[in-house]
Design a protein around this ligand. Structure first.
Ligand SMILES: [Cu+2]
Length: 307
């Protein structure tokens, strides 16, 4: 049967499908962000991860091109031809020792470079001069409610960081802020959007209360498993105001795709105003709930809050 508009060739159909798949993949925003390396976001640890990635690439790409080039050259040059018999070579000690030692040296150099980078990726620095003074703001406590197994939150050299508790639940991220005391009952909390002060070292304790989730703001470098019964930790320090999007990166149920997150960095004064506003909102809601509870207990129908 000749191919017609109604019966296209299977191969054309395959190419069209592959093309559509390629366009779909490229159209997703993470794909167009940083094609070959992780995002180098607004925080030092993400930038260090990105730099390390490029150092490894600078070594790996020439090796890849060299090996593939030699392979393709040999495939073409020495391909089977009628009557031609290639030279029969067995072993070349110098060459074999050479590529074994060469490979070992490359691996050792990469390991040394990686270990040199690790401390700056793992350990948070102090807050900058324009950052929030957490001691003065009374936000030194750690709001982590649940203790158990896990990684201790990293501490900057001067011991001053804004500790935020990140809790993954189906299907939203909940952030609890410190309030200066160890009673977790009246801490300020927020969902989905995490507001943080600029130039301030922010340390996250990451956990989950139902199933496994994964905290992932690509620009902040790395994914962090949020596991029930285990507290994970990471940090960031953002110098300029801005907003960075993320997404739960562990399939956690049917609304996993909607489990998004944003980190919004604002100047310290704006952050404190936001925190105070949140506290008022939460207090007002608690009062309204208490009022309704009283009315229900007294047998009267509850009125709308504020009505
Ligand atoms: Cu999730």
């Amino acid at each position: 049967m000749r191919p017609t508009a109604r019966h296209p060739r299977p191969r054309a159909l395959l190419f069209a499908l592959l093309g559509a798949l390629g366009v779909a993949l490229l159209a997703t925003s993470p794909a167009s962000a940083d094609l070959l390396s992780p995002e180098a976001g607004p925080t030092e640890n993400a930038q260090k991860i990105d730099t390390l990635y490029w150092i490894v690439m600078a070594v790996a790409i020439p090796i890849f091109l060299g090996v593939e080039g030699a392979l393709i050259y040999a495939l073409v040059k020495f391909r089977a031809r009628k009557g031609a018999v290639p030279a029969q070579i067995r072993g070349n000690t110098r060459l074999e020792i050479g590529w074994t030692v060469g490979a070992a040296v490359i691996v050792i150099v990469l390991a040394v470079v990686t270990f040199a980078f690790l401390p700056a990726i793992r350990n948070p620095p102090n807050s900058g001069p324009g950052g929030l003074d957490v001691q003065q703001a009374g936000l030194t406590s750690s709001p982590v409610v649940e203790s158990g197994a896990g990684r201790e939150p990293p501490v900057p050299p001067d011991g001053q960081a804004l500790n935020i508790d990140v809790n993954g639940l189906q299907y939203v991220w909940r952030y609890t802020y410190p309030d200066g005391d160890d009673n977790p009952g009246n801490n300020v909390f927020a969902y989905e959007q995490m507001v943080v002060p600029t130039d301030t070292t922010v340390v996250l304790s990451i956990r989950a209360q139902d199933v496994i989730h994964s905290w992932w703001i690509p620009a902040m470098g790395g994914k962090f498993d949020a596991v029930p019964g285990y507290t994970n930790a990471t940090w960031f320090k953002i110098t300029e105001p801005g907003e960075w999007d993320g997404q739960c990166a562990e399939l956690c149920g049917r609304n996993h795709a909607n489990m998004v997150a944003t980190v919004k960095a604002v100047p310290p004064a704006e952050f404190e105003a936001w925190l105070a506003g949140k506290r008022q909102e939460i207090d007002a809601a608690n009062q309204a709930a208490a009022q309704q509870r009283e009315q229900v207990e007294a047998g009267r129908p509850p009125t709308e809050p504020g009505g």
